[in-house]
Design a protein around this ligand. Structure first.
Ligand SMILES: *Cc1c(COP(=O)(O)O)cnc(C)c1O
Length: 458
């Protein structure tokens, strides 16, 4: 009997290539449109925001893209990450299911976000960029990019969603320790921020607004600063595929193959990073894993949003992409999973979901925290509230398997730890956590909040 719990790889097993799902995807991506002209964007427009190497990755259809050696060197600080069988959770649930999780919380900044932060800082460095701007929700992305920018000696300005800036001051201290400058968004530093503050001085902020501010600062810097995004874009999803490539090898070590692969979705990067290599196996090697994206009912872009062209940001400065969206001016309720408070979803993931290759479920905040606490009490790890959405879905799968009396192999991504989210746990434990639902009235008419693209887009 094999009773192994942790499935570990060696440093030499760190993937040498990222996997580009767009080489195999049966659905071709829609064009990215200019926010003013609605015409397909030119590389010139994108070059104001991103270094050329990342723009090329954004549109690449090459199946495997080599990971530069300096990036792999830094990956060695936390990769390969462990795959762990949640035996104690299985026992408490009394389920015949086998539950595995890939633990990305071992990275120095505490989440999967470091996987792309290091790559983006590297490509900016070799392109001669001096400084980066970015947004952050809960602070996970800001922390990861702060570390990466320090490693490559780049300056960094972080526009942090105000509600998280106030709820999570320790994330700010971490970013500042790495050497970044952090601002509570909406700020008075940009036209986009000033416009929001003029209509509502107490606006809690949103990822959409923070993106507008960071994009504006980069776009108006005369090439001095570039912009960096922690999710949504193809190159970000690409960089995260190290998670799934390692997990494939580790499931092999465990002698099992997942019936279902689960991840939480904000912009879609940690889910895609785990799921896309398994999707490749579905498409090319006759495997049949169900791939399940888990979102909060408070920001249900996949399960309740419309699939259409929309702006990536609130002030309509970022490119327009075709995605599942709740409308670019939608401000999700202030749930504690700040990293999941985004109005849209990665275009590549949206297209795959629309075509039926991916499934999605939405879960409410209270059951998510119940799952998080059960996980902490059985497996010992305090999960990030974002990751706890995946735990909720994994537990629900395991309970279904128990009802059906079948063995089911479940793999989920534990995208980060929750050591900076203790005030959220305190709210849950003291009974003051709200159970946010989809704000029906706020987004009853999403189509009024997305751009009307009148001309046919080929
Ligand atoms: C940012 C974040 C997420 C959500 O972003 P994705 O791009 O959808 O992965 C999920 N989990 C953690 C821990 C995060 O920091």
């Amino acid at each position: 009997m094999n009773n192994q719990t942790r499935f570990l790889l060696n440093e030499t097993d760190i993937p040498r290539f990222w996997y580009n799902v767009n080489a195999d995807s049966p659905v071709s991506p829609a064009p990215v449109l200019h926010p003013v002209t609605f015409e397909p964007v030119t590389p010139d427009f994108l070059a104001a925001l991103f270094p050329m190497e990342l723009i090329l990755q954004e549109v690449s259809t090459e199946r495997f893209i080599e990971i530069p050696e300096p990036v792999r060197e830094i990956y060695k600080l936390w990769r390969p990450t462990p795959l762990i069988r949640a035996r104690r959770l299985e026992q408490v649930l009394d389920t015949p299911a086998h539950i595995y999780y890939k633990y990305e919380g071992v990275s120095p900044s505490g989440s999967h976000k470091s996987n792309t932060a290091v790559a983006q800082a590297f490509y900016n460095k070799i392109a001669g960029t001096r400084a980066l701007t970015t947004e952050t929700g809960a602070g996970q992305w800001g922390s990861a990019l702060s570390m990466a920018c320090r490693f490559f000696e780049l300056d960094l300005e972080v526009y942090m969603v105000k509600v998280s800036y106030n709820q999570k001051p320790y994330r700010r201290f971490l970013m500042e320790t790495y050497g970044a400058q952090v601002f509570a968004s909406p700020t008075g530093r940009t036209q986009a921020g000033l416009a929001i503050l003029a209509s509502d001085p107490d606006h809690p902020g949103s990822l959409g607004i923070a993106i507008s501010e960071a994009v504006e600062v980069a776009a108006t810097s005369n090439g001095q600063k570039k912009y960096s995004l922690g999710s949504v874009l193809n190159h970000v999803l690409l960089h995260q595929t190290v998670i799934g490539e390692e997990a494939l090898k580790q499931m092999d070590l465990a002698g099992e193959y997942p019936d279902v692969v689960i991840g939480c979705v904000g912009g879609g990067s940690n889910f895609s990073g785990l799921a896309f290599p398994f999707l490749r196996e579905n498409l090319k090697n006759q495997k049949n894993s169900r791939l399940v994206a888990v979102e909060p009912t408070a920001a249900p872009s996949l399960t309740r949003g419309v699939y259409t062209f929309d702006y990536g940001d609130t002030a309509r400065m970022a490119p327009i992409v075709k995605m599942h969206t709740l409308g670019h001016d939608f401000t999700p309720p202030s749930i504690h999973a700040g990293g999941l408070r985004y109005h849209g979803m990665a275009p590549t993931l949206s297209a795959l979901y629309n075509a039926g290759f991916i499934q999605a479920v939405a879960v409410k905040q209270l059951p998510v925290f119940e799952a998080a606490v059960l996980f902490a009490q059985t497996e010992g790890i305090l999960p990030a509230p974002e990751s706890a959405h995946a735990i909720r879905a994994a537990i629900d799968e395991a309970l279904e398997a128990k009802q059906a009396g079948e063995k089911r192999v479940i793999l989920f991504n534990l995208s980060g730890h929750g050591h900076f989210d203790l005030s959220a746990y305190n709210a849950y434990l003291s009974g003051t956590l709200e159970d946010f639902d989809y704000p029906e009235e706020a987004i009853a008419n999403i189509s009024a909040h997305v751009p009307q693209i009148s001309r046919a887009v080929s």
